[in-house]
Design a protein. Structure first.
Length: 209
């Protein structure tokens, strides 16, 4: 008989949930009708002292699904050319499989029970992930379907800020406006912010592994 691997401290930090930071870039704000154009996920680890840190980033450029809307206001912000050949974009189903496989492996490796999405305005990102899952009949979604951790709320508590750039500035984390609105860049900045706030809470003596 094989002994099960001992759980990492991360498996007990958030009631068995593995926090995974996700950012999406889209063609609008309606998850049912507007295109998913980029998705990035940052996996989170924990060191032996109980501090969180980003471990790995997975990102995909995504082809708009058939008849997806591209709202001019949103495209002006993200400046994505969805049909540029050098995007090397993949279909939604392939992008989800790539991200979900990495997340499922991380859940298993850490001894967690499920992933939970972390985002800046997390409900927005989760709504687009769930809509893409439904469109593509994905059966193995590693994320909790409706719960999430929102760094807007955490930053408002910690710094009195809700905008990502201002929250990062308050935390002393660099922010480059020229790189903003890239799913990978925004996800990595959000991951740094999430880890900073949770680690600061630990330093204040409010959680001991």
């Amino acid at each position: 008989m094989h002994e099960p691997a001992p759980k990492s401290p991360l498996a007990t930090r958030f009631r068995g949930f593995l926090p995974v930071v996700v950012d999406v870039e889209t063609g609008g704000v309606n998850a049912q009708t507007d295109a998913l154009l980029e998705i990035a996920a940052v996996l989170i680890g924990m060191d032996y002292k109980g501090y969180l840190y980003p471990t790995r980033t997975i990102g995909c450029h995504v082809q708009p699904f058939p008849d997806a809307k591209l709202e001019p206001a949103s495209m002006a912000v993200n400046k994505i050319d969805p049909h540029h050949p050098f995007r090397f974009a993949v279909p939604e189903a392939e992008a989800l499989r790539t991200v979900f496989k990495a997340v499922r492996n991380a859940v298993k490796d850490t001894g967690c029970s499920r992933a939970i999405l972390v985002g800046h305005n997390a409900s927005f990102d989760l709504s687009f992930v769930n809509a893409a899952v439904n469109r593509n009949s994905i059966k193995r979604n590693p994320f909790h379907p409706f719960s999430s951790f929102d760094t807007v709320t955490l930053a408002a508590l910690a710094f009195g800020q809700t905008v990502l750039a201002r929250s990062l500035e308050a935390a002393g984390i660099p922010w480059n406006e020229r790189e903003a609105h890239s799913a990978i860049y925004d996800a990595e900045c959000t991951a740094n912010l999430f880890c900073h706030i949770v680690n600061r809470w630990k330093e204040l003596g409010n959680w001991i592994p």
